[in-house]
Ligand binder design. Structure first.
Ligand code: CTP
Length: 388
């Protein structure tokens, strides 16, 4: 249908971007499909939508020359091929009509610059001017243009490189990595909201430590969450050392991710030790201490969420609570059982109620991890050990 409407309008049309990549990689079912036309994207979107159903609502983003509508649970987005570069100091592009190749060239990575033709003369043909298919095979993230050009066009792409490396298990090409490292400061012009979209995709990946390590290596992590990089390193006084709390944090995050998809629980794991850098002291006779780090850490979560433009409501309070309780083993119970029933069960199990914290409906903590074995009989649960 799209093909026919485009032909009637005398326009070309191609599928581009993530949909083609995921199709070739046999990944998840798509939620959105991007179409490029060498012509006016908004006109094409309207014409296609009208053909499907004359009442279909089309959202138009005039500044970007894009328009989209929903159809059968999919977001269909149309854009006119563009030639432009982004202006130096903003991500607002100046729009100038270009060819498909112009459009492919200004995309972030070769694996996202693949197109499938929907035009009569070569319907279904895969158009790959930058060897994106080879890069999929080699599992490598490479920019179609010089890395510094692609990243200065939109510095968020530095985060996207790390996000794709983490979620797709790809390597960032050496030249690209070097460019990110040397021009990392550019990330400052990107809004925190956009950075956090990518960051949360890293947090929801199978092994967030991959992305977090890359963020640390490139310097991005230090720019956005210095509280975490402050945990790096081991000090020694009188022959006594403490563990490197940054690497420990990465281990805890990966462990938790094996057990839960809950984004905020994952965030709690990431932040559970942030109070340790400012509370670290060496005490004669006692060695290294981090007295009160859980309480300080929990306060720091608030500042951090504010600065990172993360939600400040119940999700943040949940993370704060978990950080405060992080020295205790936590059992996550997620079968909808009411708090009262949980309390009764814990009581029956001989748990001292003083030591019980109902974190929210789904979670309990208990001081004594051996007691958790008893809950297992009655509840579906995942034990999350925050501290060894
Ligand atoms: N794109 C880009 N630069 C950006 C963002 C997006 O070049 N900063 C291009 C890429 O070609 C990308 C397409 O726009 O494939 C769509 O972007 P988006 O929907 O954000 O990502 P997807 O690649 O579709 O990946 P996913 O759906 O997994 O997030």
């Amino acid at each position: 249908l799209i093909s026919e409407v485009a032909e009637k309008n005398n326009q070309t049309v191609f599928i581009v971007g993530g949909y083609v990549r995921d199709l070739l990689m046999h990944r998840k079912a798509p939620t959105d499909i991007d179409f490029v036309t060498e012509g006016n994207g908004i006109d094409l979107a309207k014409a296609v939508a009208h053909e499907i159903n004359s009442k279909l609502k089309v959202s138009v983003f005039k500044n970007y020359g894009t328009a989209m509508f929903k159809h059968e649970g999919l977001d269909l987005e149309f854009v006119g091929a563009r030639k432009e570069s982004y202006a130096e100091d903003s991500r607002k592009p100046s729009v100038e009509i270009g060819t498909l190749e112009d459009d492919q060239k200004r995309r972030d990575f070769t694996i996202n610059a693949l197109a499938i033709s929907l035009n009569k003369e070569n319907f279904g043909e895969l158009i790959d001017p930058f060897d994106g298919i080879l890069d999929i095979k080699k599992r490598i993230l490479r920019t179609p243009l010089e890395p510094s050009q692609t990243y200065s066009d939109d510095p968020l792409r530095m985060m996207r490189a790390i996000r794709f490396a983490s979620t797709l298990n790809f390597k960032i090409e050496e030249r690209s990595l070097a460019s990110i490292k040397s021009e990392v400061e550019r990330i400052r012009i990107v809004s925190m909201e956009r950075i956090m979209v990518e960051f949360n995709k890293i947090m929801l990946s199978e092994k967030p430590s991959v992305g977090l390590k890359l963020m640390e290596q490139t310097g991005i992590l230090h720019l956005i969450i210095p509280e975490l990089t402050a945990l790096k390193g081991i000090e020694e006084v009188e022959g006594q050392t403490h563990k490197d709390n940054f690497w420990h944090t990465l281990e805890v995050v990966d462990n938790i991710c094996e057990n839960t998809d809950n984004l905020w629980l994952r965030w709690a794991a990431l932040l559970h030790d942030i109070g340790k850098a400012p509370t670290k002291k060496f005490m004669e006779g006692n060695g290294w201490t981090f007295h009160g780090h859980e309480f300080l850490g929990s306060k720091m979560v608030k500042n951090l969420f504010y600065r990172l433009k993360l939600p400040l409501g119940t999700d943040m309070k949940y993370v704060q609570k978990l950080v405060k309780l992080s020295s205790r083993p936590i059992a996550l119970i997620d079968d909808g059982t009411s708090d009262a029933a949980l309390r009764r069960l814990l009581f029956d199990a001989g748990e001292d109620l003083e030591d019980l914290f109902i974190l929210n409906k789904a979670d309990i903590t208990t001081k004594n991890s051996s007691k958790q074995a008893k809950f297992k009989k009655n509840f579906e649960y995942v034990a999350l050990k925050i501290k060894e």
